[in-house]
Design a protein around this ligand. Structure first.
Ligand code: NDP
Ligand code: 8X3
Length: 248
């Protein structure tokens, strides 16, 4: 049974990915800060072997300690899904809150690096592995007021390409999935708990569900070893570009 390590499994895309990969026959390491959410998910996945790790991806020492604590049966990670991340705020750069910038750059970029660096020895030693970084349409298309979030996801795009090159000799596949609008807790976090404003982001059209992205992830990680689906843009049918959405 292969092992998948999913960051940000307490909500949204990461949670749905856990369900999909569990169905696809993986045992799962599920991570996030909200322990009770992870426990609830593990109960739901009753037939799937799971191991829970609670840490903040921005805390390098906590990341290293959590990965080092993995029991032997979960330590040889075959698939890493670097999903944890969020947007914090949406506004012009001149009014930006540096605390929001730190949260996005430290979480979306450095957190992905810390987790990858901690997991990679188990992959390079075995010359085997598959890493999928969750980027965004925002990493490929900068929109007004998106500034630092877009920059953080542009960094994910650059890092994915760099990781793919550096890990090539080790037979490690590296890929990037770039969703458009997915209805999750993403906008609630971006708008700091303003649920009405968050709901407005998904009104008037059918946004992607987290399960749509999870289906794609399950497909990608079940391809034969010689296939790397390296980069995918997945959009709601009603979305033409980052801020162009056909609303009824
Ligand atoms: P959610 O807010 O629903 O989920 C975010 C997940 O990331 C949660 O499980 C959260 O767990 C975890 N997370 C966030 N910050 C940290 C941190 N500092 N340390 C540890 N875990 C953290 O949003 P989504 O599911 O939508 O987001 C998942 C990924 O998809 C993100 O990288 C996001 O940027 C990306 N994305 C989302 C899109 C969308 O429209 N929804 C579109 C394109 C990309 P916890 O709070 O428990 O720590
Ligand atoms: C999330 C999608 O368009 O809000 O990455 O940036 S968007």
């Amino acid at each position: 049974m292969k092992t998948a390590f999913i960051t940000g499994a307490s909500s949204g895309i990461g949670r749905a990915a856990a369900v999909a990969l569990g169905k696809a026959g993986f045992k799962l390491v599920l991570t996030g800060r909200r322990r009770e959410r992870l426990e609830e998910l593990a109960r739901e996945l009753a037939d799937v072997p799971t191991h829970l790790l609670t840490f903040d991806v921005r805390d390098r020492a906590a990341v290293d300690a959590a990965v080092a604590s993995l029991p032997a049966e979960f330590a040889d990670v075959d698939v890493l899904i670097n999903n944890a991340g969020n947007a914090h705020g949406l506004g012009p750069i001149q009014q930006g809150d540096p605390a929001d910038w730190d949260a996005m750059l430290d979480g979306n970029v450095k957190g992905l690096l810390y987790v990858s660096r901690a997991i990679l020895p188990a992959m390079t030693r075995r010359n085997s592995g598959h890493i999928i970084n969750i980027g965004s349409i925002a990493g490929h298309e900068t929109y007004a007021n998106g500034n630092v979030y877009c920059a953080s996801k542009a960094a994910v795009a650059a890092l994915t390409k760099g990781m793919r090159l550096d890990l090539l000799p080790h037979h490690i596949r590296v890929a990037e999935v770039n969703p458009g609008a997915v209805e999750t807790e993403f906008s609630e976090v971006r708008f700091k708990g303003d649920t009405q404003r968050a709901a407005g982001v998904y009104q008037g059209y059918e946004a992607l569900r987290a399960e749509d992205v999870a289906d794609l992830l399950a497909f990608m990680v079940t391809r034969p070893a010689h296939v790397n689906i390296a980069e995918v843009l997945i959009l709601p049918a009603a979305q033409g570009a980052a801020t162009v959405i056909r609303k009824e």
